[in-house]
Design a protein around this ligand. Structure first.
Ligand code: CAA
Length: 280
């Protein structure tokens, strides 16, 4: 199987890493070659760390890196069996990409979207053949988080859904079957929960450090909510909250003002060096 990944940001690069580690020939597409090269560098780095930790053979690492092609041209995805779109979370951007991809790929190719909060059905409806579209929603950081949500849109064909489900397993993930409802399963739960956590900061006057320690040591979370929001990015989280709120109209879904202010100030978290915490 040959896999294409469109968009090599944190999620796309992580997905491409999984694909090459699983032995699949992979083409990653970015709008600028420098960004694609940077993503390949990140993947090469994480695979090298695995070698240093004794979790991967040097030859396997070199072979995996060698399986990753990069391009700026969507036409280079022509031979892919499955293309996973991991571009910016904007409905129009994703619909346009799907439309362009359909002109390029084979008639039997599957088009998957990694959207976290948009409707797969709305993205798929840009296609002449929406049956070929499916959601494959990975979690951040994709190489480390075991879950992938396989999302059946209104018109997803059964064989397309099952192929995406099997691909999730091939990539080493635990796939679950989801319907195309807002936030699917995990974000439907996690987004209002994280919004509650941010509101708690203001209501209780607790520090981010203490809230994080509370949820780690009192609720068994692997990382605290503020650290998690810094990992996800205020931009990504606010966008996803707004998308869920637009569909569900539940007040807990709306992004808390504190996060909206952080977004306006460019305090996005790890990616800008400051969020709830500072990063060097
Ligand atoms: N890509 C690839 N490899 C990575 C990586 C990445 N982004 N980040 C770390 N690694 C590798 C590194 O090589 C690292 O080893 P070194 O530090 O020695 O180099 C190795 O993985 C282990 O990293 P950590 O020691 O940081 O791993 P950990 O045991 O502390 O676990 C974690 C990290 C998996 C992130 C854990 O803290 C966790 O589960 N956190 C919760 C994350 C979570 O909830 N994510 C979901 C976000 S919501 C979402 O994604 C939905 C959405 O739509 C927005």
């Amino acid at each position: 199987m040959r896999v294409g990944v469109v968009g090599l940001g944190a999620m796309g690069a992580g997905i491409a890493q999984l694909a090459v580690e699983a032995g699949l020939e992979t083409v990653g597409r970015e709008v600028e070659l420098e960004r694609a090269e940077a993503a390949r560098g990140t993947i090469a780095h994480f695979l090298a760390r695995k070698v240093e930790q004794g979790r991967l053979e040097q030859q396997a690492r070199d072979d995996a890196v060698g399986r990753l092609g990069i391009t700026t041209d969507l036409a280079d995805l022509a031979d892919c069996d499955v293309v996973i779109e991991a571009a910016f979370e904007d409905l129009d951007v994703k619909r346009e990409l799907f439309r362009e991809l359909e002109q390029v790929v084979r008639a039997d190719a599957i088009l998957a979207t990694n959207t976290s909060a948009l409707s797969v059905t709305e993205i798929a409806s840009a296609l002449e053949r929406p049956e070929r579209a499916v959601g494959m929603h990975f979690f951040n950081p994709a190489p480390l988080m075991p879950l992938v949500e396989i999302v059946r849109a209104e018109r997803t064909a059964d064989d397309v859904f099952e192929t995406a489900f099997a691909l999730g397993s091939t990539l080493g993930k635990t796939p679950i079957r989801c319907s195309d409802t807002p936030g699917f399963v995990v974000n439907r739960v996690l987004i209002p929960l994280l919004n509650d956590c941010v509101r708690v900061l203001d209501e209780t006057g607790v520090t981010p450090e203490d809230l994080d320690a509370g949820m780690k040591h009192g609720a068994g979370w692997p990382m605290g909510p503020c650290a998690l929001l810094d990992l996800v990015g205020a931009d990504v989280h606010v966008h996803a909250s707004e998308a869920l709120y637009a569909k569900l109209r539940e007040p807990r879904m709306a992004p808390p003002p504190r996060l909206v202010r952080m977004l306006a100030a460019g305090k996005l978290g790890r990616k800008t060096g400051e969020g709830f915490y500072r990063y060097d």
